[in-house]
Design a protein around this ligand. Structure first.
Ligand SMILES: Cc1cc2nc3c(=O)[nH]c(=O)nc-3n(C[C@H](O)[C@H](O)[C@H](O)COP(=O)(O)OP(=O)(O)OC[C@H]3O[C@@H](n4cnc5c(N)ncnc54)[C@H](O)[C@@H]3O)c2cc1C
Length: 461
């Protein structure tokens, strides 16, 4: 994220806040906002100064969901203290700005892991709840929100609400996956998963068709907690939606590995960083096609079994700080959709044709299936089906037009788009995707009248 300070502008309950240029993780939208740091749970926020407010955690959502150009941003970066373990109940409690990275450093040496983790550990606990994040174990565990025991919510009426399945439950279920629109999550307690080792026992299997991906997936989802597939984006376009790639399935390792001092070692911080935006030409089709080719063909064996630390398995992109700068100053867009498996081949073919028509290419291509475990939150992105993630360099209007067409394909296939990655959903699409069921309608009643975001301004009917 790019953060540029532009000097002091105002005071709020004795606090200084600043004008700041903030951008989403995709760097495709940059906005000036007033920026207020929340430093402790008893912070008094004056909700009468700005027309609207929005919490930002680590700003790791790709689109405009954590931006609020018409009001103020409340940053939770300093609201990051651990509030402790409950070993008996196997829960962990912390202020909402703590990152998953900080949590892992505390829980792994004690023999615990996150119940669900997204593909980066640089997200805040509040962000993980507000987007009800999913991980490689959606088929076996569902989403992060399903493990939240309770949380405290500060609303703009100045009141704090302790929320759980039994207490203020409407706020609880609206806040899980609520995109930060129901108020400030001050702290939360969630259930942990016990582990014996910080390693993952991993199998990587090459596949060469959509059918092979599906059959691997069916076998693997029964015996492996974590499953995900990378596929070759160049081959996908060349073969009009056919797949070749590497299926990765794993379980938490048991007992000690040979010559290992301690089975429970948390991760190290990354050594590499991209210090500034790379030139626009850096990521180009030729480089990408060569990388795809090498990644797929360097493995000669059909199956590779290995034991790896959790860090490179769950968080491969976290190895380089600010990797998003490789896309250049104009940034990039991520599309994440979920669509039904039955018509999945047809949907993938249409997606491939559309990308080719606009002469674009995707730099990261990930496929996985979501299982049947429903999210507890009112607003649900994760639903049974195939979920596809693709990253597109921002080439201006043609990328935006292509994304609109890709949204329509998902929409016509009966699928859904992930708001935490989105920058292009329109009002009609949002309404049709998220205002169908009674629970989704209930979500809108729980929105705090003083909270808004650039995404919400864009999609609200
Ligand atoms: C490399 C990478 C991989 C990713 N992989 C996955 C993945 O596998 N699965 C997945 O689900 N997501 C994934 N994501 C998306 C990411 O997990 C979510 O966008 C997450 O919500 C970001 O957390 P954050 O702290 O950065 O929140 P921000 O981006 O700062 O904010 C996101 C939303 O949360 C709200 N929010 C944040 N803190 C609070 C709070 N304390 N109270 C109320 N609302 C709050 C904000 O208002 C905003 O609406 C990935 C992102 C990246 C960059």
């Amino acid at each position: 994220m790019v953060d540029t300070f532009f000097g002091l502008t105002n005071f709020n309950a004795g606090k200084i806040f600043m004008k700041k240029l903030s951008s989403s993780w995709g760097n495709n939208c940059k906005q000036m906002s007033d920026w207020i740091s929340l430093d402790w749970q008893d912070e008094i926020v004056d909700f009468n100064i700005y027309p609207s407010y929005l919490v930002q955690g680590q700003g790791r959502s790709y689109g405009d969901e954590s931006l609020n150009s018409r009001g103020a941003i409340l940053s939770t970066r300093n609201l990051n203290k651990s509030l402790g373990f409950n070993f008996e109940a196997r829960t962990f409690c912390a202020e909402a700005g703590i990152t998953l990275s900080e949590i892992l450093k505390m829980i792994v040496p004690k023999g615990f892991f996150l119940p669900v983790t997204p593909g980066t550990k640089w997200v805040s606990l509040g962000g993980a709840i507000a987007n009800d994040v999913h991980g490689k174990n959606h088929h076996s565990k569902g989403t992060f929100g399903n493990f939240v025991v309770r949380l405290e919510l500060l609303r703009s009426d100045g009141k704090k609400y302790l929320c759980s399945a039994d207490q203020n439950s409407e706020y609880f279920y609206a806040t899980i996956g609520g995109m930060g629109l129901t108020g400030i999550i001050l702290w939360a307690e969630f259930r942990l998963q016990p582990i014996e080792s910080s390693d993952i026992e991993l199998e990587e299997i090459k596949f060469s068709s959509y059918e092979e991906f599906l059959s691997l997936n069916e076998q693997s989802n029964k015996n492996f907690e974590y499953t995900v597939a990378w596929f070759d984006g160049h081959y996908f376009l060349k073969s009009q939606g056919e797949l070749q790639g590497i299926y990765m399935r794993g379980n938490h390792g048991s007992s000690l590995k040979l010559n290992q001092n301690s089975p429970l070692q948390s991760h190290q911080d990354p050594k590499w960083s991209i210090p500034c935006f790379l030139p626009n030409w850096f990521l180009n089709k030729k480089l990408l096609n060569a990388m795809n080719f090498c990644f797929f063909h360097k493995r000669l064996a059909k199956i590779v079994k290995k034991r790896v630390h959790y860090d490179p398995y769950f968080y491969p992109l976290d190895g380089i700080n600010h990797w998003n700068r490789a896309y250049g100053e104009k940034g990039f867009y991520q599309l994440q959709s979920v669509f039904p498996i039955n018509s999945g081949r047809k949907t993938l073919q249409e997606i491939s044709r559309t990308i080719k028509k606009f002469d674009q290419t995707s730099f990261i291509n990930v496929l996985k299936t979501f299982g049947e475990i429903p999210s507890h939150g009112h607003l649900k992105f994760s639903r049974p089906g195939i979920t596809l993630c693709m990253d597109f360099k921002n080439e201006g209007i043609s990328t935006l037009k292509m994304l609109q067409d890709l949204n329509e394909i998902t929409f016509n296939a009966g699928g859904c788009l992930n708001p935490s990655k989105d920058s292009t959903m329109n009002k009609e699409q949002f309404k049709k995707l998220f205002q169908k069921k009674e629970s989704e309608v209930n979500f809108f009643k729980m929105i705090d009248p003083k909270f808004s975001s650039d995404l919400f301004q864009r999609v609200r009917a």
